[in-house]
Write a protein that binds this ligand. Sequence first.
Ligand code: NAD
Ligand code: MN
Length: 358
Amino acid sequence: MSQYNIAAIPGDGIGKEVIAAGIEVLDVLAERDGGFRFSFEHFDWGSDYYKKNGVMMPEDGLGKIKDKDAIFFGAVGAPDVPDHITLWGLRLAICQPFDQYANVRPTRVLPGITSPLRNVSGPELDWVIVRENSEGEYAGVGGRVHRGLPEEVATDVSIMTRAGVARVIRFAFKLAQSRPRKLLTVVTKSNAQRHAMVMWDEIAAEVAQEFPDVTWDKMLVDAMTMRMTMKPQTLDTIVATNLHADILSDLAAALAGSLGIAPTANINPERTFPSMFEPIHGSAFDITGKGIANPVGTFWTACQMLEHLGEPRAAARLMRAVERVTADPSLHTPDLGGKATTRQVTDAVIAAIQGDNE
Ligand code: NAD
Ligand code: MN
């Protein structure tokens, strides 16, 4: 029997609630399958840790998780700690050194869930957004506030490297190639950002040569928001920079019904370090402790983790269970307009796994 060693980092707010639900479901799934099991090691890193220790994670933190098979991450963010500290101190502090350069965000309208788009009932919206996850606007170097000048000046430096852009675009082409429609849209802002974004366009055209069976096109990011809302059926796989895809994927999640159902995988494709799986949403302190956080985004990212671990059968079983539950409006949490609790949704998914005979 294979054992998967997973680092569980619930983080802050509802991160703790949804990761607890995710672990419960994963254990049931392993038991149902019989061929593998999980060993979760819990790390209490996050804002509470920061308030005690002045850092979001211990100095040797990465060393403690670098040999894990995967990282299962909740969310960070607390009302009394600045957001840039929680983000850079934990989430990006793991993504960047572990070279998780491809951030993969599938978006679909699940059964029973209503898209805010009038003409979308389900199959018209089925995308995967690939976000460059290691450099670009969030490279994190060279920026500062220049104090003491007559006019204060602040800079944030965006860094794009040929190698960094090529590898994420190649990843996106491969992913597009593996999907039925073999369709890729490369998003930039090369009219205004005339250096790095022009290089993106160039590299996309070069990499495209390696994938003659993939149909691809280019969009400017502003026009892309319009295409996503007006012609969602014309899109399939999408690749964009760190900042652009960050924004587009929140829009995508909302168009698919709720931020609470959206998953994300931070993938290190070469597997030199573990990859990290998390729901897209943040710590949602407005609903923390109320027991109403939607766990579906976490369950969906657990499917991504199972696929990454080489358990596609279990991943498919979990996705079937999730879809059976979303199809029932009495099992919708308040973010989807329902009254169900995290507990009820989790129990229903567990029952659906146990009753799944495929
Ligand atoms: P958020 O994602 O936490 O919440 C946005 C809105 O969506 C809130 O109204 C929230 O209640 C709702 N929501 C989010 N997830 C939900 C779920 N699973 N079920 C039901 N409702 C859900 O974003 P925010 O409010 O902008 O940020 C809160 C904190 O989270 C901030 O500190 C922010 O920096 C942090 N954040 C962290 C991450 C991350 O860890 N990856 C991502 C985004 C925001
Ligand atoms: Mn975001």
